[in-house]
Design a protein around this ligand. Sequence first.
Ligand code: SF4
Length: 229
Amino acid sequence: MSKETDIMEYFDEILPNAACELNYSKDYELVIAVMLSAQTTDKSVNQVTAHLFKDFPTLNSLAEAKYEDIANEIRSLGLYQTKAKNIILIARQLLDEFDGKVPSDKQKLMTLPGVGNKTANVIRAEIFKIPEFPVDTHIARISKRLALAKSDDDVLAIEKKLRRKFPRERYILLHHQFIHFGRYLCKAKNPDCKNCKLTKYCRENKLSQQSSKNLNAADSPVQLDNHSL
Ligand code: SF4
């Protein structure tokens, strides 16, 4: 069985229902939520959008909002000043250029303030179910650990490799499964390798085993004796 098949089977076993963790009820709310999630957690975004989308319940109300009012709502997030401006500009642009609807076209999405390649791909996958494989920090880290990408690959290179390695119909679910795996098991610090079934593919695990072997060897009396001879 290939490594990719093993990974998919394992993810299906432990994360069969992985899905987007950002809360939204309207398409434009997802655009705003994903834009807000840059350099912060989905949990923090959900905390602010719970109030933001209640106090500004329509695209028009966001387009007409005062900067200070939006900034106050999202002050707990990093980069909140830029993000507050982006919220108002996104709402205005959606109304002025796209009839108040979120476009599915990637180039059009990327004209929205704060929306880059990854955010556009998340929106296309989540709202329009277009097979995209957006790569975030968790996916980049896991891809490198599992040798699906090189250690110096950037996110675009990783995205291309993942798209080549996995079946198209699995992109959207795998995107969520990688993220959940990274959030809850294969964390950046102290990954739960003891409970992971992918150790045989993992560079990180091999490195830590190697260093603990070296440590044990250095501590062993035999080695000390040999050294002293
Ligand atoms: S063995 Fe550890 S570092 Fe490697 S994929 Fe599993 S949890 Fe992540």
